[in-house]
Write a protein that binds this ligand. Structure first.
Ligand code: UTP
Length: 291
């Protein structure tokens, strides 16, 4: 079985739920305390053994490229100051996380269409997809959890969580049967189910591992919910044909495409932050008295 070495991060959505912040900047660059969302995602991929990453962009390509590039002028400035040494290390380490490539999705035709832009990068290998606006905090990188499931069962893998009956309308719903521990076999799925159409409350949240056959399937997948080419629709074909594995992953997921998700991720990260955690906790306690 081929080892998973490549990952694709779609970051070309319009981010209409968080306008005007995302008018000129991709939502994937929104900061969580002091790191843009996409850096957490690239770090997760690198910690999962991924060597090559393709970021699918449209606007803000320059911003993304600069973020993961060396910055000689900034590095020179930091080098001159002993107290900024740690920051210098972080800035340099950032450019060494993985080999990062970029391609533009020329029309915003949906997540499935964005993934299809990765065909020539993937070159016939299985690959991971990390949705650019889904940040997941946890000890065991979720991408690695999915790769282990791929290595066990040899079929495509989706990262799932149980969501509320209200939330399932906005996401996908999966037909699953238990395999072992937190693993399920998935044989069908539906994107944005109407009431009565759902299979279960298990929904795909932000991560999957796909075989290269997905590209031919995507080519034949017509626009679905919202007039977009949906990745879920292509994965449904795969699940019905070969079956997929669903991993009820460990970790907390934040939707950086929603205002509430951004605030929740920021508060959690600030509380855990080595520099500001203690002060921020004290501030929140004080603030909560007046709520
Ligand atoms: P979303 O559906 O959450 O992104 O896609 P969106 O279209 O930006 O959302 P709205 O406008 O706020 O409702 C999930 C992921 O897929 C990427 C997004 O950037 C996000 O990381 N995506 C979506 C693309 O790369 N291309 C697309 O055409 C659509």
């Amino acid at each position: 079985m081929k080892k998973i070495r490549k990952a694709v991060i779609p970051a070309a959505g319009l981010g209409t739920r968080v306008l005007p912040a995302t008018k000129a900047m991709p939502k994937e660059m929104l900061p969580i305390v002091d790191k843009p969302a996409i850096q957490y995602i690239v770090e997760e991929a690198a910690a999962s053994g991924i060597e090559d990453i393709l970021i699918i962009t449209n606007r803000g390509k320059g911003l993304l490229e600069d973020h993961f590039d060396r910055a000689p002028e900034l590095e020179d400035r930091l080098m001159g100051s002993p107290e900024k040494e740690a920051m210098l290390e972080q800035v340099v380490a950032l450019s060494r996380l993985a080999n990062i490539y970029y391609v533009r999705q020329k029309e915003t035709k949906g997540l499935g269409h964005a993934v299809s832009c990765a065909r020539s990068f993937v070159q016939g290998e299985p690959f991971a997809v990390l949705y650019g606006d889904d940040v997941i905090f946890g000890k065991d990188p979720v991408c690695a959890q999915l790769i282990r499931a791929y290595e066990s069962y040899g079929v495509g893998v989706v990262g799932v969580k149980e969501v509320s009956p209200e939330a399932i309308r906005k996401y996908s719903s999966l037909k699953v049967e238990p395999l072992r521990d937190n693993l399920f076999r998935c044989t069908d799925m539906i994107e944005k189910p109407a009431p009565g159409q759902e299979f279960s409350l298990y929904s795909i949240l932000g991560r999957c591992v796909l075989p290269p056959e997905i590209f031919d399937i995507l080519d034949d997948t017509p626009p679905g919910a919202g007039g977009e080419i949906q990745l879920t629709d292509a994965m449904r074909t795969l699940a019905r044909r070969d079956g997929m594995t669903a991993v009820d992953f460990t970790g907390t997921r934040y939707d950086m495409g929603s205002k509430l998700g951004i605030m929740q991720a920021s508060v959690e990260a600030a509380l855990a932050h080595p520099e500001i955690g203690t002060d921020f906790r004290a501030y929140l306690k004080e603030l909560s008295k007046s709520l």
